[in-house]
Every structure is written in structure tokens, then in C-alpha cells.
Ligand binder design. Structure first.
Ligand code: HEM
Length: 499
């Protein structure tokens, strides 16, 4: 018995020492009150559980209780959450950087993760191109549109009988092909091998990032060589480079042949072509394509899925949406003006963003010591984010928990200047803000409107009876219910079509 007591005392002492050591070695000094520290929680199991399951409540209650910024303890360290009143300060402060944070948290520099290096490269090439050539580019509308019909036929089929789609593949596939029509161009947009590589890379990349976050920072550069998702990224990057090199060579050969014959070379209007025209572009075409997919695919598909769920749940929206789409296209032809006239659809899209409960925005790293407007110092290296829970604040929205497809349309008609899908505001910072505001938001809007217009005019959709999708929340982030079962059938009355 003595032995038992001794061994249990010894075991507990050892555990306490190790816990103390762990805490000591991982100690960062919080500047603001930590809202998920609990007495006796040596291994921070409760802290992380509360963060994972109740981040929104921790933020709302914490900000209200302390009347100052708060600190969240997350598995990777400490995050400062600022109240939304400071969003303008965050947007304009040059001591804060978004790209530095993303490079760090998404492991730029690891082999196989070059897409991240390319997206946030110091030359800013890709982001500049997206801002100048992609945003509000009228010419891309018919191209994207041309690819959506065949993509829908491929993934959703022509059957007039209700059938369940593959929730992951048959939503991602449509967005991926629509985007690829402008990212990679006609040669590969609908190519199965290319689509498999691109979609797999995005999946593997985000899985690899999550996998790496479960390891201590000092071990990550070593373990990444052995982790399955990180290894898959290296393999897929290699494949992407090989496929894209072929396309680049093909286009170069075409241009040469045209020049030799005194003809005009074929003109491409896609990101691949734009990057080929950039003097001194050092980024391999395969890396650029994966970088684009990484930024655009998951984000847009998540929203696409949530919009489909909301339309399926609210069949009363379908006829007004169909009418609006037809009137806009018949009145203005296929182009940006027609898309801009789809105001109810725009409102449904923006309202759907509120159904994915991501509770922070404007994530930044402090790259130089800086001070809040009240003088509080934020040391270099701190990670900050801004409270985004105004999206569900009853002082901002009437019945904030209810989905109202007309919510932002009503606000727009009442004179609100920030109620359009692509607009970012303190109360709705889903696209971020300031110099890092999402440069792909106009393209995401165009792509989503076109896909939804096709779907609404050509298909009926509904949720499997009795299934009520719920977003999956993990900390301050959330994803659309991955188990959703959506049923679709092709409509009979194709005379409705205006495409
Ligand atoms: C619904 C879809 C999308 C959402 C919700 C979204 C959201 C965001 C957010 C929150 C940021 C950070 C902004 C900040 O912190 O200030 C961002 C940045 C970025 N997004 Fe998007 N995005 C979407 C679609 C796209 C698309 C389609 C593209 C590409 C065509 C894209 C390219 C980028 C890039 C390159 C950045 C980095 C900007 C920088 O660091 O300066 N995004 N996006």
C-alpha cells in the first residue's frame, strides 16, 4: 500500500512538474484578460474545449465584462480580440500585417507549400493582378458562364427524378470549374486530371496545416517530412508544375507559329495568360494555379453550399429569384450590369454569410511595436483579430438568429451604403478590410451569381426530408454542415432559360 501511495504521489509530482515546465516553456504574457483560463486546468484541456465549443460566447461575454480587448487562449498560443469599434484602426495601421500572419500560420516556406509563398510573395504579383485584371472584368462573364452549364450537367446530371448529390464533390466541382475557366483557361478548365490535382491540393493543404498545428512549433520543420497530408502536397505540387509547364509551352509554341506566319497569336484572357505577360515573373505557373485555388476554392464553395441550403430551406424565395434573374438577363444581356441588377440574389448571398458563424475578422500580426488609440502597447509578434459578432447582434439586426433573404435588400433600399455582397463594413467584415481586403470578392460574387442563376433556372433543389443542416463550429471558425444531403432534379420547362 505504501508503494501504491508512493507511486501515486510520485506520479502526481511528476505530472505537476511537467505541467509547470510546459506552461513555463510556452509562456506568453497576456496583455489583456484571458477569458478562458480556469483554476486547476494545468493542461488547459478546459481552456481549449471552451475555445473550440464556445468561442462566440467567450468573445461576446468577455468584451462586455472587461470593457477592453480580451485574450483568447488557443492551442497555438494567445490571440488578442479587439472590439469591432477598433476595426478602422486595424484597417489603417501599417504596423499590422495580414500576409505575415498567414505566412506564419499556414507554414509558407515548407516544401510542398509553395502555393502559399506565391500567394503572399513579397513581389505581390498575384494579388496585384487579381485587383487590376480580375475585379469587375466584364469580359470574363461569358467565359465563366459557358463553363457552368457543362459543369452542372457533369456533376448534377439531367435526370428529372429527385436524386441526392455528392455534397462535397458536386459543389466543389462546379465552383472549381467555373473558377478554372478564368484561372487556367480553356485547355484545362474542365480537364478531369487537372481538376483532381487542384481540388486534392486544396484539401491536402488545409489538412496538412491542421495536422502541423497539433505539433510543437520546434518539431514542425522535421515532422512535416513524414506527415501524410504534407507529403501529398509535395506530390501534387510536382504534378501541378508538370501539367502547367505543358500548357505554357503549348501557348508559347502557338505564339511562335503565329509570328512565323505573320498572323496574330491566339489571345487568352485568363490568369495564366496575364502572369505569362508579367516581366521577370519568377513563379512557376503550377504554383500560381495552386495559390489561386487555395485562396478561392474553399472560401467560395463554403458560401455556395450555405446559399444552396438556404434556398432549399426557403422555397418561397425561388420564384422571386427566378423572376429577377430572367428580367435582369433579358433586360441587360449577360454581363456585369445584369448581375448587379440581381439584388435579391445578392441579398440572399450576403445573408447566407451570416449563417456561417465565423466570429472574427481582420486577423493581423503586429510587425512593429504599436499602440492602441488609448495608448496600450501591443508588442511586435502579437496576433490580433477583430470581433465580428455584430453579424448576430440584436442592436444591428432585427431577429438576428432568423434567416431573412430580403434582409440586405431592405437595408439597401433604406439607404444603407454597405449592404451589397462585395461591401465590407464594421458590422460585416467577412471579406476583411483595408489594404488586405479580399481582392477576389468581386470574382466570387460573379461566379456565385452565375452558378446560382443556372441552378435556379434549370433545377429544383430541396433538402432530404428531416435533415436540418447545422454548421460545424471549431473555435472562431466554422464550416458548413459537411453531412448535408441535398436533392436535385432537372426542371422540365427549359423554355425558361435565357442563357
Ligand atoms: C466567398 C468567398 C471569399 C471569402 C469569404 C474570402 C475572404 C477573404 C478574407 C477574409 C481575406 C482576408 C482579408 C483581410 O483580412 O483584410 C481574404 C484575402 C484574400 N482573398 Fe479572399 N475570399 C473569398 C474569395 C476569394 C477569391 C475567389 C479569391 C481569388 C480569386 C480570393 C483571393 C484572396 C487573396 C489573394 C487574399 C489575400 C489578400 C492580401 O493578403 O492582401 N478570395 N479573402
Amino acid at each position: 500500500m505504501f508503494g501504491q501511495i508512493f507511486s501515486s504521489v510520485f506520479a502526481w509530482t511528476l505530472i505537476a512538474i511537467l505541467a509547470g515546465l510546459y506552461r513555463f516553456t510556452t509562456k506568453q504574457r497576456p496583455i489583456f484578460p484571458v477569458v478562458n483560463d480556469y483554476r486547476g486546468d494545468f493542461f488547459r484541456r478546459k481552456a481549449y474545449r471552451e475555445y473550440n465549443q464556445n468561442a462566440k460566447k467567450l468573445i461576446v461575454d468577455g468584451l462586455a465584462k472587461h470593457g477592453s480587448p480580451i485574450t483568447l487562449r488557443v492551442p497555438d498560443g494567445l490571440k488578442i480580440v479587439l472590439p469591432s469599434a477598433l476595426s478602422e484602426w486595424v484597417k489603417t495601421n501599417r504596423d499590422l500585417d495580414h500576409q505575415e500572419l498567414i505566412r506564419e500560420e499556414y507554414f509558407a516556406g515548407f516544401p510542398g507549400f509553395e502555393a502559399q509563398d506565391t500567394l503572399h510573395a513579397p513581389d505581390g504579383m498575384l494579388i496585384k493582378l487579381l485587383r487590376t485584371n480580375l475585379s469587375q472584368n466584364e469580359e470574363i462573364v461569358p467565359t465563366v458562364n459557358r463553363h457552368i452549364g457543362p459543369a452542372l450537367q457533369h456533376y448534377w446530371g439531367d435526370s428529372g427524378i429527385w436524386h441526392t448529390i455528392d455534397w462535397e464533390d458536386d459543389t466543389t466541382g462546379i465552383i472549381s470549374r467555373a473558377a478554372a475557366s478564368i484561372f487556367v483557361g480553356p485547355e484545362k478548365a474542365a480537364d478531369d486530371e487537372w481538376q483532381t490535382v487542384v481540388q486534392a491540393y486544396v484539401r491536402e493543404y488545409f489538412a496538412a496545416v491542421s495536422e502541423l498545428h497539433t505539433w510543437r512549433a520546434s518539431l514542425r520543420p522535421i515532422v512535416q517530412w513524414f506527415l501524410p497530408h504534407a507529403s501529398a502536397c509535395r506530390r501534387l505540387l510536382h504534378q501541378s508544375r508538370a501539367i502547367m509547364q505543358e500548357v505554357v509551352r503549348k501557348r508559347e509554341r502557338e505564339a511562335q507559329a503565329a509570328e512565323d506566319q505573320g498572323l496574330v497569336a491566339p489571345r487568352y484572357n485568363d490568369v495564366l495568360a496575364w502572369t505569362m505577360q508579367v516581366p521577370d515573373n519568377k513563379h512557376p505557373a503550377g504554383d500560381i494555379q495552386l495559390a489561386l485555388a487555395m485562396a478561392a476554392l474553399f472560401t467560395t464553395t463554403e458560401l455556395f453550399k450555405q446559399i444552396l441550403i438556404n434556398i432549399a430551406r426557403h422555397p418561397e424565395l425561388v420564384e422571386p429569384l427566378r423572376k429577377e434573374i430572367k428580367t435582369s438577363l433579358l433586360g441587360h444581356g449577360l454581363g456585369l450590369t445584369a448581375l448587379a441588377k440581381m439584388e435579391l440574389l445578392d441579398s440572399v448571398m450576403k445573408e447566407s454569410q451570416r449563417q456561417i458563424p465565423v466570429t472574427v475578422g481582420l486577423e493581423r500580426k503586429v510587425i512593429r511595436d504599436t499602440s492602441l488609440p488609448d495608448g496600450t502597447k501591443l508588442p511586435k509578434g502579437s496576433h490580433i483579430m477583430v470581433d465580428a459578432t455584430d453579424m448576430w447582434n440584436p442592436e444591428v439586426h432585427v431577429n438576428p438568429e432568423v434567416f431573412d433573404g430580403y434582409r440586405f435588400l431592405k437595408r439597401r433600399h433604406a439607404g444603407d451604403k454597405a449592404s451589397q455582397f462585395v461591401q465590407s463594413s464594421r458590422e460585416h467584415i467577412v471579406f476583411g478590410g483595408g489594404r488586405h481586403i479580399c481582392p477576389g470578392r468581386f470574382f466570387a460574387g460573379t461566379e456565385l451569381k452565375l452558378c446560382l442563376a443556372h441552378i435556379l433556372l434549370k433545377y429544383d433543389i430541396r433538402l432530404k426530408e428531416g435533415y436540418y443542416p447545422q454548421p460545424m463550429v471549431l473555435g472562431v471558425y466554422a464550416i458548413v454542415d459537411p453531412m448535408t444531403q441535398l436533392e436535385v432534379r432537372r426542371r422540365e420547362h427549359t423554355e425558361d432559360l435565357v442563357f
